[in-house]
Ligand binder design. Structure first.
Ligand code: THU
Length: 140
């Protein structure tokens, strides 16, 4: 596990801002970048990828997460999110997606000067975390 010291946080914020440069956001014009730090010290970047069919859009956070999971990584320490001068928090879908792997991950939101820091458990205190396959109804 990599210590979340000042230098690591600065690296993550830098990577999130770099990732943002690749954002594909022709419909909203709102570009977002994310940088996800795994417990073994790797950093995975992601940007938002929009689509003409709006619901297909993928947020920066999930792009980073799915890239990491596809590379065999499932334990995460922190995620930094950068959206230019605006400070944003991850959307509900991204909170739930991150909680699947690391419910206690630190969320670092870039600010114009500095950052704000949260625990995912603060941002998603009552996420969906269990279901019984036995209760599944057959298809009609
Ligand atoms: N977006 C993200 O990438 N991350 C968030 O946490 C919130 C929203 C993207 C989705 C869409 O491309 C644009 O920002 C406007 O909602």
């Amino acid at each position: 596990m990599k210590l979340l010291d000042k230098k690591t946080i600065e690296d993550l914020l830098h990577c999130a801002r770099e990732a943002r440069k690749a954002a594909y956001a022709p419909y909203s014009g709102f570009c977002v970048g994310a940088a996800l730090l795994s417990c073994d010290g790797r950093i995975f970047k992601g940007c938002n990828v929009e689509n003409i069919s709006f619901g297909v859009t993928n947020c920066a956070e999930r792009t980073a997460l799915f890239t990491a999971v596809s590379d065999g990584c499932r334990d995460f320490e922190a995620i930094a999110i950068a959206a230019g001068d605006e400070t944003i928090l991850p959307c509900g879908i991204c909170r739930q997606a991150l909680a699947e792997f690391s419910p206690d991950i630190t969320v670092i939101c870039a600010k114009k000067d500095g950052y704000e820091r949260f625990k995912l458990s603060e941002l998603l205190p009552h996420g969906f975390d269990n279901f019984s396959t036995k209760e599944k109804k057959p298809n009609v």
